[in-house]
Each structure stands twice: as structure tokens, then as C-alpha cells.
Design a protein around this ligand. Structure first.
Ligand code: SF4
Length: 278
């Protein structure tokens, strides 16, 4: 079939016509070709892919990323306006009253641990980096509670330094696409990095995460409604019936708002509602 990007794909048109396929070993060149084709298709499906956390500067993105553990970006976006109004800088956040901050962070879950984490992180920024978020991965990963995933989110989106962000969605989809067999995020990052030019890393991360959140879910991927089914070696792992699959779609693909309260101008859905309205 001719895809929207003009590429020729090996299977007949439409997910419903795609047959469940046996996984076959690929050469590295074959894998590079398949991976780049999937990336091109995802770019067509999600031309508006973007970071789903609201932020106005590197400090806000760093804190929001730490808060996004074990919750949705939507919930973080609904919580951070009050947080950054009360504590707009690392200095202010480092000096916060923990009990007051816990009340603000309560909706994000694990709010006591998260309060300790962001106060500790802010103190390290204040004491070791002059109150500025550093723009190098070697420095970012020295901050308490900051691993490569968080560091790459901040570098890619607040500093324009290409980075592959291996979160739970990116790892799962990379394995489903056959780009890696590893469960170790650092190895996944290396394996996927070898398939793409650096210039694609940040946007690839957004597209794959968008796809994982909206269509290729952990428990029940919506294969029957998946626009990249003809390219996917794992087609058939999830719901193949197109009608049932469509009901599994989330966020704007499922007809609901996305996750940002302040989405980018080209975003096709509705902004998400603030906390009090949800
Ligand atoms: S939803 Fe199914 S076909 Fe689509 S990427 Fe996921 S596993 Fe592959």
C-alpha cells in the first residue's frame, strides 16, 4: 500500500487487512530501514507530537518530569500551576515548608516522597549549580533523583540537545517493533540510537511515546485501529477487531482532550481541563 508518507509498505491497506505475522530475524540494514519507515509513519500520524508536560523553563520541566513518576502528565499539568506560583525558583522550592508543599502535590500520588525529592533537587541546584539547571547530561545525572530518562527529557526539550527518552512506553514499543530485546533502559537507548540519526532522537521519542499512550497500550494494544500495523512485527498482540480496537483509543485519538492545559498551537484536540474541573 502507498502510505501517507509516500513509502510503499509490504501489507495490504488498513489494519483490518493486515495478517498476524511470524517474527523473522532482520539484518541490521533491514532493521534500520523498517525503523525509519515506522518513524516516518508516526510523524504523519502525530505531526503535533510534543512534550506532554506544561513548562516555561528548564527548571519547571525538570520538576514536572520528577513529579510525573507513577502518574499521568495530565495530573502533573493540573498540579504544577499552583506549585510554581508558590515556589517559582530553585531557591524558593529548596526553602519550602514540606507540609504545605505536600498539600499541593497530594493529587500526584506518593506526595511525601515527591515533596522530599523536589526540595532535595532544588537544594542541589541552588548549592551546586548556582540556581540554574545544567545543560549537560553528566551534570544532570548528578542531581538527586535524576536519571538518564529525566536528563534526556530536559536536554531534548528545554536545551535542544538530541536525546532518546526511554520511559515505560518507549521501552515496550521498541521491543514490539523489534528495535531491541533488552529490558534495560540504558541498553534500549543504545540499541535505538544505532538505528536513527541524532537529529531524529528527540522527536522520535515523542512520537513513540504518543503512540504508546494512545494506541499501543501495555495490556491491550489497539492493533485493529493502528495506522502502522502493516509495518509492525507485533501486529496481533492486541485487539485485532477494528470496532473493538477503536474503543481502546485514548486522548485525542479516542475523541478526548490531550494531556496539556497549555498545548502547542498546532495541537488538534481540546486543552485538558484544570484540576478543579476534572
Ligand atoms: S498497536 Fe499493535 S500493530 Fe500497532 S504498533 Fe502496537 S503492537 Fe504493533
Amino acid at each position: 500500500m502507498a502510505t501517507r508518507s509516500g513509502a510503499t509498505s509490504p501489507a495490504p491497506a488498513g489494519p483490518a487487512a493486515v495478517k498476524k505475522k511470524a517474527k523473522v530475524a532482520q539484518t541490521h540494514t533491514g532493521l534500520v530501514r523498517q525503523a525509519r519507515r515506522i518513524n516516518r509513519e508516526l510523524a504523519e500520524v502525530y505531526p503535533y507530537a510534543h512534550p506532554e508536560l506544561d513548562f516555561e523553563n528548564p527548571f519547571q520541566l525538570l520538576i514536572a518530569t520528577v513529579l510525573s513518576a507513577q502518574t499521568t502528565d495530565l495530573r502533573v499539568n493540573q498540579t504544577t500551576p499552583a506549585l510554581f506560583e508558590a515556589y517559582p525558583t530553585p531557591e524558593a522550592m529548596a526553602g519550602a515548608n514540606p507540609v504545605e508543599m505536600e498539600e499541593i502535590l497530594r493529587p500526584t500520588g506518593f506526595f511525601r516522597a515527591k515533596t522530599r525529592a523536589v526540595i532535595g533537587l532544588s537544594a542541589a541546584l541552588r548549592d551546586d549549580f548556582g540556581g540554574e539547571v545544567p545543560g549537560r547530561i553528566e551534570d544532570l545525572v548528578k542531581l538527586p533523583g535524576v536519571g538518564r530518562k529525566t536528563a534526556n527529557v530536559v536536554l531534548g526539550n528545554a536545551f535542544g540537545v538530541p536525546g532518546i527518552t526511554v520511559d515505560t512506553h518507549f521501552g515496550r514499543l521498541s521491543r514490539r517493533f523489534g528495535w531491541t530485546t533488552s529490558e534495560d533502559p540504558e541498553q534500549v537507548e543504545k540499541d535505538v540510537a544505532s538505528l536513527f540519526p541524532k537529529s531524529e532522537w528527540t522527536m522520535l521519542s515523542h512520537r513513540v511515546v504518543f503512540h504508546g499512550r494512545r494506541i499501543c497500550h501495555a495490556r491491550k494494544p489497539a492493533c485493529g485501529a493502528c495506522p502502522i500495523a502493516p509495518l509492525c512485527p507485533s501486529y496481533g498482540e492486541g485487539e485485532m477487531d477494528p470496532e473493538k480496537a477503536r474503543k481502546l483509543l485514548k486522548y485525542e485519538k479516542g475523541g478526548a482532550p490531550g494531556q496539556r492545559l497549555k498545548p502547542p498551537p498546532d495541537y488538534p484536540g481540546q486543552p485538558a481541563p484544570p484540576l478543579a474541573a476534572s
